[in-house]
Design a protein around this ligand. Structure first.
Ligand SMILES: [Zn+2]
Ligand SMILES: [Zn+2]
Length: 258
């Protein structure tokens, strides 16, 4: 019973075979998929998909790449989607200094405003942090600590940062990059972090695990990532699946039976 805590099922990559992809995830025992919005249009699409498929839940928000399109009107329109019962999180939001499609100042403004909205709506947040560890941590510290606060998706920091984020209440989500030989600190983080704070994700259609690296990713592949994490921790993959799915249900408030 795996959970893919982060995918982009609305993206064009899935236009021709979305049904098959979601069905294949089910066949690989991926019972929950969170499909994540990056702007108003994709947030709407995420909600539509969640309404269509019992295993799919939606997150709504404005990605740091889209921070230029940020204004009160867009924010209100996205927030209006939160009344749908299958909306389980606000995201993805955060900072991306790798691509830097928007100036950091604009990214920060959009990030902080959305943290406030998420808090008012009592929704956990899904955080995107690419090469922006220090500023993300500073902003999240200001935002404060709570139990179902959110998840750092595609976690890419080291164990020290992991501890600081977990102190604030955050879960950390491990992506398919953990299967790569040049994976950096993620293998260490995945093998040492406390299991009760771990989620797994694909970030599909991106970041395929081995042996699919470079090809389109899909939610079924979260099982491959999970098996690698289980191998690193010398534990039974089924047990890891159970724990990480339980974590996702707790964080996103997903009932046991979809
Ligand atoms: Zn992201
Ligand atoms: Zn994403």
């Amino acid at each position: 019973m795996w959970t893919d805590s982060h995918a982009h099922l609305d993206m064009e990559d899935f236009t021709n075979d979305r049904d098959t992809v979601i069905q294949r995830a089910g066949e690989k025992h991926v019972i929950h998929i969170i499909t994540v919005g990056v702007d108003l249009k994709s947030s709407r699409a995420a909600v539509n998909l969640a309404e269509q498929y019992p295993s799919v839940y939606a997150a709504i928000g404005l990605h740091p790449h889209e921070a230029k399109g940020f204004d009160e009107d867009t924010l209100e329109k996205i927030a209006a989607l939160s009344t749908n019962h299958k909306v389980v999180a606000w995201g993805e939001i955060g900072l991306d200094y790798y691509h830097n499609y928007c100036p950091p100042k604009e990214q920060k403004k959009a990030f902080e405003a959305q943290l406030d909205v998420a808090k008012n709506l009592h929704l956990p947040v899904i955080i995107h942090d690419r090469d922006a560890h220090e500023d993300v941590l500073t902003i999240l510290k200001k935002f404060g600590k709570s139990e179902r606060i959110g998840v750092i998706h595609c976690y890419s920091g080291d164990l020290g940062l992991a501890r600081d984020l977990m102190d604030l209440g955050f879960f950390l989500s491990i992506p398919g990059t953990v299967t790569y030989k040049n994976a950096g600190p993620i293998k260490t983080v995945a093998s040492k972090m406390p299991l009760e704070r771990m989620l797994l994700e694909t970030d599909a259609p991106f970041l395929s695990p081995l042996p699919y690296r470079g090809k389109r990713n899909e939610p079924a592949h979260v099982a491959i990532t999970g098996k690698e994490v289980a191998r690193l921790r010398n534990m039974d993959p089924e047990q890891l699946a159970t724990i990480t799915t339980k974590n996702a249900r707790f964080l996103f408030g997903i009932p046991d039976q979809p």
